[in-house]
Design a protein around this ligand. Structure first.
Ligand SMILES: CC(C)(COP(=O)(O)OP(=O)(O)OC[C@H]1O[C@@H](n2cnc3c(N)ncnc32)[C@H](O)[C@@H]1OP(=O)(O)O)[C@@H](O)C(=O)NCCC(=O)NCCS
Length: 215
C-alpha cells in the first residue's frame, strides 16, 4: 500500500517545487500565477531566500507514491523559517538583494489584479530586508512562512509542520517565532488562532503580525 504524504527535511532538489507552491498559494492563499509580470517574483521574496539561507529550518510534506521520472517524490507543502531574523536581513542585503535587483530592475506593467502587494512593493521587499526588523525581535527572533497546496489542506499537516519547526527552533534555544500575513487570508488567520498564535504589539489591521513561543 502506498505510504502517502509525509513530513521530511527539505532537500536542495525540492527547490523548484517549493518555488511553485509559493506561487500557487501567494494570492491570499490562492494561485498567484500571472498576477505579476514575472512569476518568479513571489518565490524570490517569500520562499527561495529562506531555503538558501536556512535549509535546516525548512520542512516539506512529500508524497513518495506520486513522484515521476527523476523526481523521487512530489512536494505538496512546506514550512520555511529563519531562527534569527536580524542576521537573515544582513545576509539578505549582502547575498540576496544584489542578484534580486539585477534580475528585477523595475516593475512590469500592472496586470489589473489587486494583490496584497503591488509589483513595485514586491520589488522593494526583495531589495530592502530591513522591513523584517520588527520591534518584537528579542522575544520572537524567528519568522516563518507556511504554504500547502489545496489538496493537502485541512488534513492536519499545517499544524504538524508548525510543530516541527517550533521544535527545531526550541532545540536551537530560539524563544519565539513570528509571521506577517495578508489580512484578506481569513482561513490562514483561523488556522494561526487555532494553533495559539497571538497578535504582537506591532500588528496592524491591514498587515497582521502574529507570534508564538517555541515551547
Ligand atoms: C493555512 C494553512 C497553512 C493551514 O494548514 P492546514 O493543513 O490546512 O491546517 P490543519 O489541517 O493543520 O488545521 C489545523 C487546525 O486549524 C484549523 N483550521 C485550518 N484552516 C482553517 C480554516 N480555514 N478555518 C477554520 N479553521 C481552520 C483546523 O480546523 C485545525 O483545527 P484542529 O487541529 O484543532 O482540529 C493551509 O491551509 C495553507 O497553506 N493555505 C494556503 C496558503 C496560505 O494561506 N498560507 C499561509 C499564508 S500566511
Amino acid at each position: 500500500m502506498p505510504a502517502g504524504p509525509e513530513i521530511r527535511p527539505y532537500r536542495p532538489a525540492d527547490r523548484e517545487q517549493v518555488a511553485r507552491i509559493c506561487l500557487l498559494t501567494a494570492a491570499g492563499g490562492g494561485d498567484a500565477t500571472g498576477v505579476y509580470s514575472d512569476d518568479t517574483l513571489m518565490p524570490e521574496v517569500f520562499a527561495l531566500p529562506y531555503v538558501e539561507y536556512a535549509p535546516e529550518l525548512a520542512f516539506v510534506v512529500a508524497d513518495p507514491s506520486t513522484g515521476s521520472g527523476q523526481r523521487a517524490d512530489r512536494v505538496l507543502g512546506y514550512v520555511i523559517g529563519v531562527a534569527d531574523t536580524a542576521a537573515f536581513a544582513e545576509w539578505w542585503k549582502r547575498e540576496w538583494a544584489p542578484g534580486f535587483a539585477a534580475r528585477h530592475p523595475s516593475p512590469g506593467a500592472p496586470t489589473g489584479h489587486a494583490p496584497a502587494f503591488t509589483e513595485a512593493q514586491l520589488i522593494e521587499a526583495g531589495t530592502s530586508p530591513d522591513r523584517m526588523l520588527i520591534a518584537e525581535l528579542a522575544d520572537y527572533p524567528a519568522h516563518l512562512h507556511i504554504d500547502l497546496l489545496p489538496e493537502l489542506q485541512g488534513r492536519g499537516f499545517g499544524r504538524r509542520l508548525i510543530e516541527t519547526l517550533r521544535a527545531a527552533l526550541a532545540e536551537r534555544s530560539v524563544p519565539g517565532v513570528h509571521l506577517g500575513m495578508d489580512a484578506a487570508n481569513i482561513g490562514a488567520r483561523e488556522f494561526y488562532d487555532r494553533l495559539g498564535f497571538h497578535e504582537l504589539p506591532s500588528s496592524r489591521a491591514d498587515s497582521p503580525l502574529l507570534g508564538i513561543a517555541t515551547s
